[in-house]
Design a protein around this ligand. Structure first.
Ligand SMILES: *Cc1c(COP(=O)(O)O)cnc(C)c1O
Length: 226
């Protein structure tokens, strides 16, 4: 596994996808998803020039956090249980997976008691697949407005996952659906709700996501496959 070479190749693909969508190369950030590798590999990713690391499980995040500390910008991208909120608030720079008001309230309470403000994304299930987590898009305005009222949390944007076996057209439709939702929410100008980030796209579909406006792509296996 040649991590610096994989990082370079993914960065080049990101730049090419951005260019073909007439977007500035700096408008898309790579979040390297290190969930399948150890801290030493994650360190190699950092040394190759990536500053954002993503983990989907709290325990795996904590193990890497202990090894690598605050230097990376940490992203929690997987489902978060309310009883684990206390382990991540203030340590991760962005929680991507806030899909219920109950979870947002737990993050708010912990952030307020810690005297900080936690950046989060609202996760939506655009495809409507039963197996996917994420709030329903029909609830989007109400959800964003309710979170807007909570102290200690700032909404930076939205996150989604495309269905695993979808074809290119279906995948693009999910990503453009998230972008449309973010435009609708932005138009409401809810306090503390900013639509700056669209977290969408993984190893199999990040180029499609960039064409639909992704600002954060979450890439794991393309970095660590061989
Ligand atoms: C694992 C994971 C990714 C990365 O997936 P790859 O296909 O390995 O790039 C992205 N987002 C989430 C939420 C994940 O759990």
């Amino acid at each position: 596994m040649n991590i610096p070479a994989s990082v370079n190749s993914v960065m080049e693909r990101i730049a090419a996808a951005a260019a073909s969508a007439n977007r500035a190369p700096g408008s898309v950030r790579l979040v390297a998803v290190t969930k399948t590798v150890d801290a030493a590999c994650a360190k190699q990713v950092l040394d190759a020039g990536v500053s954002d690391l993503g983990e989907n499980r709290v325990q795996c995040f904590l193990d890497k956090y202990e090894a690598l500390g605050d230097a990376p910008r940490w992203h929690l991208i997987g489902h978060l249980q309310t009883n684990k909120v206390k382990y991540v608030v203030g340590k991760v720079s962005l929680i991507h997976s806030v899909d219920t008001l109950h979870l947002a309230e737990a993050i708010s309470a912990k952030a307020v008691s810690a005297g900080i403000c936690q950046d989060i994304l609202l996760q939506f299930n655009i495809s409507g697949e039963a197996s996917k987590s994420g709030a329903a898009k029909e609830e989007a305005l109400h959800f964003a407005q309710s979170v807007s009222a909570l102290p200690g949390v700032t909404v930076r944007g939205l996150m989604t996952m495309a269905p695993l076996l979808a074809d290119e057209a279906e995948t693009r439709a999910v990503f453009s659906g998230l972008r449309t939702l973010s435009e609708k929410i932005a138009a409401e100008k809810f306090p503390g709700v900013f639509m700056e980030e669209l977290s969408m796209g993984m190893s199999g579909d990040f180029e499609a996501a960039i064409k639909e406006g992704a600002t954060l792509v979450r890439v794991g296996s393309a970095l660590f496959r061989d």
